[in-house]
Ligand binder design. Structure first.
Ligand code: ATP
Ligand code: MG
Length: 740
């Protein structure tokens, strides 16, 4: 037996070496599903299968990268260079670039991100003079996205009874169809695809060009898919297109208990139907969890058993029994933040955990701020995933829009973004004239703005000159982009857009300095991109190659500091597949987790419960659950009840530490004296009914004692020493306190 196969247990090994037909591995969290896929790739390569004929699909780029690294460790670099491991979106965009002409696109098509696509929808609604209160752009965007993920073309949409019935208004449905159709045409004219198109057009490509489908099913002799429970209809159909008609060598792995993306169209029945689509498929079960302590695995099992809809399965751990799951409620969200931060500091100091051993998981991104502040106060390094990715920052998007336009002159959203940025005096009226003419003549904006006379554009001589100048600038970029490598062309574009000179350098505020640094970072990233490609043997690396890569990156993917020690903060959704020694799951409150919206029906509650299951099962050693009794949300305090999910965990696995101590055996925390912070000058003995020494209660900070009072009327302030959060200065006009 090859050495590396010994790093698997028997069931994993069986799953790895079975490659004669379709197979599926359904197993609980941490049981080695991803490991099976990784080792299967290594096994196939070892057995002489060409890397060219293997396709592995993962849920994130990060997971793809890690898989490739692991396979390389096992099998050596030569074999893995040609492997296709990536997300559905990145692999399909690669295929689409190669075959673009077959479906009416050019290979350097732009990928519109969510914002580009929303802007275009907004503009279409405006151009059609529709009421944007009835046809809200986000709503329309969702409808279009749903239709595409269900593989419904605009034409089919018009005839689709289900969708029309849903809105119960034929006229509204017709208008939605009309927007969808216009949107599709406009994207096509702009040689642009949105994220959903990457699936939609791949499906159409394989459906309409049988010889292309054949080419890829001949090529990919082995297809492996991780996290299959979260595939949507389009992804599921494409996988079938690639396998069903000829060979059935497909291996999918997943866990129905971790299906958490139904809001994005993922359909758990895909995994359940697999066996009826591939009746000869072999099912493998993995039962041992290698990630977590026995207590964590048992607690997670007890939680998920409360869901009615699930495939029964066993999962156990042979690791240490481990500590109980700790549960703590706090007076307020603020206190929750500072206590969690204290606990991390304590575990770091006393138990010698590194910062990278901690993750704070929350239901919604908005919860991160309080933890961020608390960690910053204690000088604990952290990183928040889910903020704006590097390539989504404004200054980067601006420069990238120039690069996009230079590589694809049809890119409508890029033109709109930069035609007057930085300001070159081309106003909205002119831009609207260009758009109207382009729409009338069914051509691209660039064509009209480069030939205003031929299109009878009613503009004055000054505007004509301004358009000419813009055109010359872009033409210079086009020339560079086609003759120079990505780094040289990119640097020239960054320099010559005029953005740095006109806007950013003008004012040396910290924000501007950081923007300039970001632009420098963009230039570094171009350099790294080009040099790594050259190392791989590709000499001629163009800006369009760089763009193709960055369009699909998220902030998790752009993180270069993977080895640096910091606490991670992220939503539970983005923690899928990852593992950490210590996991904090925070904000476990009714209305937040489960979220208010999902409390309506059983299916949604079950999905939230699965989300909680995903959260707990990320932990190797410790799980710490917290909730607050008061939370500041949407401008006001709300009383909160602990989440119903807490009761779903069998009590024997839970411990309830003494009041407000998150860390067991700690005794730490407690209010620390900050008397030097108190300003005793101008101290008064009372303001109104308040006196020094009074005990008060504050909605957010809890109970405390007034230690100083200063100021008058609107400026009256109380300094309060709170039991839980220490000293705070409160402006009485706003502070909502009550005497106790
Ligand atoms: P999830 O459901 O969270 O995606 P998974 O089923 O994909 O989990 P993996 O991530 O593959 O599980 O494995 C969980 C952890 O257990 C990893 O750290 C992995 O390296 C380790 N592991 C899996 N199988 C074995 C084994 N046979 N021997 C040692 N470690 C293992
Ligand atoms: Mg996994």
């Amino acid at each position: 037996m090859a050495d590396f196969l010994q790093q698997l247990n028997e069931s994993q090994r069986e799953a790895v070496i079975y490659n004669d037909g379709p197979s599926l591995v359904i197993a609980g969290a941490g049981s080695g599903k991803t490991r099976v896929i990784t080792y299967k790739i290594a096994y196939l390569l070892k057995n002489g299968i060409s890397p060219h004929s293997i396709l592995a699909l993962t849920f994130t780029n990060k997971a793809a990268r890690e898989m490739k690294v692991r396979v390389t460790e096992i099998i050596g670099e030569n074999m893995t260079r040609l492997l296709w491991i990536g997300t559905f979106h990145s692999i399909f965009s690669k295929i689409l670039r190669r075959e673009a002409s077959r479906i009416g696109f050019y290979s350097d098509f732009t990928i519109y991100d969510k914002q580009d696509s929303k802007n275009l929808i907004k503009n279409i609604i405006k151009e059609k003079k529709l009421d944007d209160k009835i046809y809200k752009p986000t709503f329309v965007q969702n409808i279009i996205s749903k239709a595409k993920n269900a593989l419904i073309t605009p034409k089919q949409y018009a005839n689709n009874c289900d969708l029309i019935e849903q809105y119960n208004q034929a006229q509204k449905a017709y208008i939605l169809y009309d927007i969808y159709l216009t949107y599709s045409n406009r994207c096509k004219i702009a040689n642009a695809m949105d994220f959903d198109d990457l699936l939609f057009y791949t499906y159409l490509l394989f459906n309409e060009c049988k010889e292309i489908a054949q080419k890829y099913w001949n090529r990919f002799q082995f297809i492996l898919v991780d996290e299959y429970q979260d595939t949507n209809f389009a992804q599921h159909e494409i996988i079938q297109q690639l396998t069903i008609e000829q060979h059935h060598r497909i291996c999918i792995v997943g866990d129905d208990a971790q299906s958490i993306y139904s809001f994005r169209g993922a359909n758990i029945s895909n995994i359940l139907n697999f066996r009826s689509i591939y009746p000869e498929s072999k099912l493998f079960k993995l039962e041992q969890n290698y990630r977590s302590t026995q207590t964590i695995v048992n607690a997670a099992n007890s939680l998920i058993s409360k869901n009615r809809e699930q495939i029964p399965k066993t999962i156990y751990s042979q690791k240490a029994i481990g500590e109980k799951i700790r549960l703590t409620g706090f007076y307020s969200d603020y206190e929750e933040g500072s206590r969690v931060a204290n606990c991390i500091a304590e575990m770091h100091m006393l138990k010698k955990y590194e910062y990278k051993d901690f993750v704070i998981l929350y239901r919604t991104n908005a919860q991160s701020r309080i933890f961020e502040e608390a960690l910053r106060k204690l000088n604990i390094p952290y990183k928040i995933y889910g903020g704006l990715s590097f390539y989504q920052r404004k200054e980067i998007k601006d420069v990238v829009a120039y690069m996009r336009l230079a590589s694809n002159l049809a890119d409508e959203e890029a033109i709109r973004r930069i035609i007057n940025y930085p300001n070159r005096g081309i106003g909205d009226i002119t831009v609207n004239k260009i758009i109207a003419a382009a729409s009338f003549h069914n051509t691209i904006l660039w064509e009209v703005l480069s030939n205003p006379l031929s299109y009878n554009l009613k503009i004055n001589a000054a505007t004509f000159e301004k358009l000419k100048k813009f055109q010359l600038l872009i033409n210079r970029f086009v020339e560079k982009v086609s003759t120079q490598n990505a780094y040289n062309a990119g640097r020239m574009i960054i320099r010559e857009t005029g953005l740095i000179n006109n806007e950013l350098y003008e004012d040396q505020t910290p924000e501007n300095i950081s923007r300039i640094q970001n632009l420098e970072e963009l230039s570094n990233s171009l350099y790294t991109f080009v040099s790594s490609r050259i190392e791989e043997g590709n000499a001629n690396i163009k800006i369009s190659d760089f763009l193709a890569e960055i369009f699909l990156l998220t902030d998790q993917d752009t993180d270069k500091n993977e080895n640096i020690n910091f606490v991670t903060m992220m939503t539970i959704h983005s923690a899928k597949g990852l593992e950490f020694k210590n996991v904090f799951v925070v904000g476990l409150e009714e209305g937040l987790f489960p979220s208010e919206l999902s409390k309506q029906n059983l299916q949604e509650i079950e999905e939230e419960r699965r989300l909680f299951y995903v959260a707990i099962t990320r932990a190797k050693e410790n799980v710490i659950l917290t909730y607050a009794k008061n939370r500041f949300q949407n401008g006001q305090f709300h009383d909160r009840l602990p989440s119903r999910f807490i009761k779903d965990i069998d009590e024997q696995y839970l411990s309830l530490p003494s009041k407000s101590h998150v860390c067991t055996n700690s005794g730490g925390g407690g209010s620390f004296k900050e008397s030097s912070l108190i300003n005793h000058q101008n101290n008064q003995s009372n303001i109104g009914d308040l006196r020094i020494g009074n005990k008060i209660r504050h909605k957010r900070f809890g109970d405390g004692r007034i230690v100083a009072l200063i100021g008058k009327n609107d400026n009256a302030q109380a300094t309060v020493e709170f039991e839980q959060v220490g000293i705070k200065q409160l402006l009485l006009k706003f502070a909502r306190i009550e005497m106790i």
